[in-house]
Design a protein around this ligand. Sequence first.
Ligand SMILES: [Zn+2]
Ligand SMILES: [Zn+2]
Length: 225
Amino acid sequence: MLREIFSHNCINCKKKILLSSLFCDKCKTEFYEVSNICSGCGFPLDQSVNFCGHCYDKKDFDFIYVNYWYKSSMKTLLKTIKFKDNFKSCAYLKLLLCNKIKLLDFSQYDMIAPVPSHFSRKMTRLFHPSDIAAKIISRGSSVPLVKALKRGRKTEYQWKLSKKARMNNVKESFLTVKDVLGLKILLVDDIYTLALLLRNALNNLSCQGLILLIYTLLPKVFSSE
Ligand SMILES: [Zn+2]
Ligand SMILES: [Zn+2]
């Protein structure tokens, strides 16, 4: 009886677990970290190399940090934060990110900017993974957090769309609200879905160097690019 009262379901597989937990023991191990990256640009690869295809097309970013694959427990965690506004999920994500970020040095950047959500989504949600990560990095590195971009018009969720529809979806959807000319920016988002995805946002940022920290990447992007 007590066990029933003090238990609930694992958010990933729905198995019964203690109320204090978020994932069952098995799902806790199902966060897949990116292990091989390109040493030139940081892009995730199936083996470590000195330069990859992205290195020759540096229109989008100078370097990218990706921590996890967007699948299994990480996918569920981000969706729970976005659509269920769960405090416990948010704390879990913060812990994962803090452990990753403390290993990196961000002191070379002039500002940290989260990729913004449209204001109507901001109003309906309590937590935004890109804001959470940007705040954690700013606090840990003393680099100022600046909301340099604003969402111009509302777009459909990128993960719901085909590759072509995604490109149209983000067209002219970001506005620059701060002067960033000549600055080095660390732009933070939670899911990297397509190399072209943020091009519209990035084109508006006439900065000196742009580094992306996107903490998950879709496996299908990895295989299609
Ligand atoms: Zn589970
Ligand atoms: Zn590369």
